[in-house]
Design a protein around this ligand. Structure first.
Ligand code: NI
Length: 162
C-alpha cells in the first residue's frame, strides 16, 4: 500500500467525470488499498479516486472507523429520499467547511472490491458521505452546492473531513 497525493482545490481534475471500471482486477484493488491508506492518514471519512488523480468510479468510505470500510465501484443511485442539512468538508478543500443539503436516505447499487454487485441503503452521515463521494465522480465538489453564507475556515486540527 502507498499514500497517494490528494488533489486539492484549483486542480482541474476535480471537475472531470470519472469513467466506470471495466474490470475489478488487482490494479483496482491496489488503488482501493492506497485510497484507504491515504484517507485514514488524512483523517478523512471518504475519498473518491479522482481525488488521488485517477478518473475511475471508485469510492472508499469509513464514517465510524469501527466496521469494515465501504467500497463502491461504479455506484448507481437507485433512490434518494428526504433531505438533511449538514456541515461538510472535503480532503480536497483543507480546513474549509460549509453547510449543504444532502439526501436523508440513499440507496445505491455498486460493485464491491471483488467485483460483486451489491446494494446499500444508508441514512444520516453515511448517506451524506455516499452522496458527497458520488458527486466527486461527476466532477462536482461540495463547494459547488454550499448554502450561501455558511462557508468557514476552521482549525486545521479539527477532525471532520470527507
Ligand atoms: Ni470530498
Amino acid at each position: 500500500m502507498a499514500i497517494r497525493k490528494i488533489r486539492e482545490e484549483g486542480d482541474e481534475i476535480l471537475k472531470k467525470k470519472s469513467r466506470p471500471v471495466d474490470e475489478v482486477n488487482e490494479k483496482i484493488q491496489e488503488l482501493i488499498d492506497d485510497m484507504l491508506e491515504t484517507m485514514y492518514k488524512a483523517n478523512g471519512v471518504g475519498l473518491a479516486a479522482v481525488q488521488v488523480g485517477v478518473l475511475k468510479q471508485v469510492i472508499v468510505i469509513d464514517v465510524d472507523g469501527e466496521s469494515e470500510p465501504l467500497i463502491l465501484i461504479n455506484p448507481k443511485i437507485l433512490k434518494e429520499k428526504g433531505q438533511q442539512e449538514v456541515e461538510e468538508g472535503c480532503l480536497s478543500f483543507p480546513n474549509k467547511f460549509a453547510k449543504v443539503i444532502r439526501p436523508a436516505e440513499i440507496t445505491v447499487e455498486a460493485l464491491d472490491r471483488n467485483g460483486k454487485t451489491f446494494k446499500v441503503k444508508a441514512k444520516e452521515l453515511l448517506a451524506q458521505a455516499i452522496s458527497h463521494e458520488i458527486d466527486h465522480l461527476n466532477g462536482i465538489v461540495f463547494i459547488d452546492k454550499i448554502l450561501p453564507g455558511t462557508l468557514e475556515y476552521v482549525d486545521p486540527n479539527k477532525n471532520k473531513k470527507e
